[in-house]
Design a protein around this ligand. Structure first.
Ligand code: MG
Length: 253
């Protein structure tokens, strides 16, 4: 049995009036969605992601979602968002990021499937080192890769909120998916850009180091994002892999 303990927190922040982020937690799948669009459309889009994940994970077998299941989920949820945009002209153009991590079994061994569309991120914290596992689908990431700006420039760049892949587009976006073998003792962070635009990785790592309890860590990260300005909604899931004892995953807390 693979045992995962997790905690989560989300907050509207200190500037926005609506929290357009949503989060999903289940024993085998953890995800954050950061919605966008006027007239509360972002809130609707990110909620459609969570409802879609809840429906679709209920249909999965005991081995957890396979990579093809994750791809099918993204396509299916994308269709739902497009349909809502067609039915509700006032919410046309609604969209959302979707990033997360799923427990999956490959040849009997527990693995993490890390996936993202957009600029919500997944990090791994292990042996006192924080590593970003996802690559943002964003305009500033493209500028960084082109060598035109630095990561520090990106924090203040006028295009910093522009994502280059999101759900709610036709054709459907292609998520990035990467697989990692699960290792007991490792900790993961799934978060929206409201956290990472306010806190540097060194401060995030410090909180993950000090707060042993995942719920306390999640709440402290959101609190610090607000303390640093809270210019966006911030959403955090912290999950700890406690034990692996054979196959298949299930247990949670
Ligand atoms: Mg955001």
């Amino acid at each position: 049995m693979l045992t995962v303990h997790w905690g989560c927190a989300t907050d509207v922040g200190r500037v926005r009036r609506v929290n357009e982020d949503s989060l999903f937690t289940s024993p085998g799948l953890f995800a954050v969605a950061d919605g966008m669009g006027g007239h509360a459309a972002g809130e609707v889009a990110s909620r459609l992601v969570i409802e879609g994940l809840a429906d679709l994970t209920g249909l999965l077998g005991p081995g957890g979602p396979q990579v093809e299941d994750l791809l099918a989920m993204v396509a299916s949820i994308n269709d739902r968002i497009l349909a809502t945009g067609r039915d509700r002209p006032d919410q046309a153009g609604l969209g959302t990021t979707l990033s997360g991590i799923a427990v999956t079994s490959i040849e009997g061994k527990a693995h993490w499937a890390v996936f993202n569309v957009g600029d919500s991120r997944v990090y791994r914290y292990s042996e006192s080192t924080l590593r970003q596992l996802t690559v943002d689908h964003s305009a500033v990431q493209e500028l960084i890769e082109a060598g035109e700006i630095t990561e520090e420039d990106a924090r203040h760049h006028p295009l910093r909120h522009v994502v280059t892949r999101s759900l709610g587009t036709d054709p459907a976006p292609e998520p990035d998916v990467a697989l990692y073998e699960a290792v007991p003792g490792e900790r993961f962070l799934v978060c929206s850009d409201g956290l990472t635009n306010e806190l540097r990785d060194t401060e995030i790592a410090q909180v993950l180091q000090v707060s042993a309890d995942p719920q306390a860590a999640a709440e402290e990260l959101v609190r610090r994002a607000n303390q640093a300005g809270g210019r966006d909604n911030s959403t955090v899931i912290v999950l700890d892999l406690a034990t692996i004892d054979g196959a298949p995953p299930a247990e949670g807390s």
